[in-house]
Design a protein around this ligand. Structure first.
Ligand code: HEM
Length: 342
């Protein structure tokens, strides 16, 4: 038999399985009131928390890259950002699928141990809330703020507050978009790109949509200081993002487009998770209150509706136009975007 030299790394030690595998201690066992499914309940939550940790690791690394003022649309590092955000999306997809496993537990199986964990609740997952904050969810936009401050331990509230007061991924995206040199400059000249686009957009609106032009002006022209307007994106950032979406076929805009797309994908996956979780909760406890003391399904529904993080980027899709109606770009700009050779 192969004898393992003690100096060499061993699978068991490398993964610290001693600690991990001893970390499942069902309350039902301690209280000698057997409840078979509590083990599954604990392991699923632990698996989630490990994946949350990985998501933090990816988002932190992406934020560190985005924080570099030198990052531009052609930087090799932008590729890394897109790659890692795509990884986050894939992890989120797995997190949604894990609900399938949770749902193999029936409401009666859950009742066997539910009261033993009160008032613990997934609501107290500070990693989940910190992740929302790092991505860009502000405290004032949270549903049920009082639960967040009253149900979590002070040290966990501090961690989340710290994330809320720092630069979120959304703040960094806004800064990167504002710096983007490829987007056409704003001008009052009626022949300038944005004035032509505005006229064509207006012409494309149905009568019932005419109000959209006010929103267009507000978002793309008037919001010079986003902090004053309490928005996530300034006008120049919104213009750059719209430009990327419209002209994403140009080589230099492909990565920026993928980056914006990843953010929308993250929001969509998070929202799908919230809805799957909410439906599972409804199936599991009906209309009873949660172990954390919230209204249960109603709380979760309101949070799901309110906690979209990149909604201002998604909203830009209201201002797109058909490709064939897009203003042609000047040749000099096409050259900069890497489409034609000099
Ligand atoms: C039997 C399974 C589950 C039930 C019945 C359940 C129930 C609930 C309820 C009722 C809430 C609202 C707060 C409260 O009053 O407790 C909640 C929140 C939450 N749960 Fe679950 N949950 C289950 C499984 C999970 C799993 C597997 C996770 C994975 C980590 C999870 C994560 C969360 C999170 C992060 C929140 C806070 C959501 C927010 O504030 O937007 N839950 N859960």
């Amino acid at each position: 038999m192969h004898k393992y030299p003690s100096a060499q790394m061993h699978y068991h030690d490398y993964l610290q399985l001693d600690k991990i595998l001893k970390a499942q201690q069902p309350e039902s066992e301690k209280q000698n009131l057997p409840a078979h499914d509590e083990m599954l309940f604990i392991i699923i939550h632990q698996a989630y928390e490990l994946w949350f940790k990985q998501l933090h690791y990816e988002v932190d690394s992406v934020a560190a890259i985005m924080n570099k003022p030198s990052l531009n649309d052609n930087s090799p590092e932008l590729q890394t950002v897109v790659h890692r955000l795509n990884r986050c999306v894939t992890i989120l997809r797995v997190l949604i699928h894990q609900i399938d496993i949770m749902e193999t537990m029936t409401p009666m199986d859950f009742l066997d141990f539910r009261d033993m964990l009160r008032p613990a609740s997934g609501f107290q997952s500070w990693q989940f809330k910190e992740l929302e904050a790092k991505l860009g969810l502000k405290f004032e936009h949270r549903h049920g703020k009082e639960y967040y401050t009253s149900q979590l331990k002070t040290e966990h509230v501090d961690i989340i507050k710290n994330a809320e007061s720092g630069k979120s991924l959304l703040d960094l995206i806004n800064g990167w978009l504002e710096r983007m040199p490829l987007s056409p400059a704003l001008s009052d000249d009626k022949n300038s790109f944005w004035q032509i686009y505005r006229s064509s957009y207006n012409a494309s609106l149905a009568d019932a949509e005419k109000e959209n032009l006010n929103a267009f002006d507000e978002i793309f022209f008037n919001n010079t200081q986003r902090t004053l307007h309490h928005t996530q994106l300034s006008s120049s950032a919104s213009r750059a993002a719209l430009f990327i979406m419209l002209y994403r076929g140009y080589p230099l805009l492909q990565l920026p487009f993928q980056l914006l797309n990843c953010l929308l994908e993250i929001d969509e996956q998070l929202s799908s998770w919230r809805y799957r979780h909410m439906n599972m909760v409804h199936r599991m406890i009906g209309t009873r209150i949660g172990t954390g003391g919230s209204t249960g399904k109603d709380y979760l529904k309101a949070a799901a509706d309110k906690h979209y993080i990149f909604k201002e980027i998604a909203q830009l899709n209201s201002f797109l136009m058909e490709r064939r109606k897009l203003p042609a770009l000047p040749r000099e700009m096409e050259e900069r975007l890497g489409f034609v050779h000099k």
